[in-house]
Design a protein around this ligand. Structure first.
Ligand SMILES: CC(C)(COP(=O)(O)OP(=O)(O)OC[C@H]1O[C@@H](n2cnc3c(N)ncnc32)[C@H](O)[C@@H]1OP(=O)(O)O)[C@@H](O)C(=O)NCCC(=O)NCCS
Length: 224
């Protein structure tokens, strides 16, 4: 794949519903029967911690030959991916507040998963976050995908997940430094921004604005 196959740009207001639908399609029945992530992004865009400069959408690029002019016209094709970031903090054990980023949801349209688009979008987003001067990104995710983009377990950086009992499995909690050494002298607790916590009844109400879809209990889902 090369850069003539896709475009990545900032999300516009007119993209919102299509992006929410993409996220719904991409997360549906993956982690739970149905999903909440399309509502989460709907809420997070208005959150003061939302980083609008890092709110990306990915489209296929379409090449067409203009019949009159006989040159190749490049157009934005269909929406295939999105990613976004929020500002949050690590409460350092020595009393400092360390600003960091958290990320997601990130989603790729179901029929194009595992073709390399997710990694391209994530690498691009992280590069832009680094250019903005952010020092580190932490979030919950599957190391199987995120290790391809330089993430490792947050515990390796001395960072703990909030409200997790001692000895509990923390292999879902990942970290990548954008500034090498940013967390060198930090140990502490990461806080998930409050905006990610949504109520089931609000998700249900919001979901009614989308085409009906069957919720299924499937193996591998982590929430009931
Ligand atoms: C997770 C997601 C964004 C990854 O994007 P993608 O385009 O499918 O992934 P890529 O093709 O770029 O993957 C690169 C490599 O990461 C690994 N990988 C990708 N998805 C993985 C997964 N779910 N589990 C384990 N490893 C994974 C693979 O090794 C892959 O290489 P391979 O296909 O040659 O084996 C996408 O699959 C998706 O939208 N999933 C549903 C929503 C979701 O789970 N979002 C993330 C929430 S934390």
């Amino acid at each position: 794949m090369n850069t003539t196959d896709y475009t990545i740009r900032l999300e516009k207001e007119e993209d919102h519903h299509a992006v929410e639908n993409l996220v719904r399609e991409s997360f549906w029945n993956v982690y739970r029967p149905g999903c909440s992530e399309h509502y989460v992004i709907h809420v997070l865009r208005d959150d003061p911690a939302f980083v609008k400069e890092l709110d990306f959408v990915m489209h296929l690029r379409v090449h067409k030959t203009d019949p009159a002019e006989q040159f190749v016209v490049e157009q934005e094709g269909r929406l295939i991916g999105q990613n976004m970031f929020m500002k949050t903090i690590i409460e350092s054990d020595d009393g400092r507040t360390i600003p960091v980023l958290t990320m997601g949801p990130i989603g790729i349209t179901p029929e194009l998963k595992r073709k390399g688009f997710g990694k391209i979008l994530l690498d691009y987003s992280l590069e832009k976050a680094a250019e903005m001067g952010f020092g580190a990104v932490l979030f919950e995710g599957n190391i199987g995908f995120y290790s391809h983009c330089g993430f490792s377990y947050a515990r390796n950086f001395g960072i703990r997940y909030h409200d997790l009992p001692d000895g509990a499995d923390d292999s879902f909690f990942l970290c990548k430094e954008l500034i090498p050494g940013y967390l060198d002298d930090v140990t502490g607790v990461y806080q998930t921004p409050q905006g990610y916590y949504v109520k089931d009844e609000d998700v249900e109400a919001f979901d009614k604005g989308f085409p009906p879809k069957e919720k299924q209990k499937l193996p591998g889902q982590i929430f009931g």
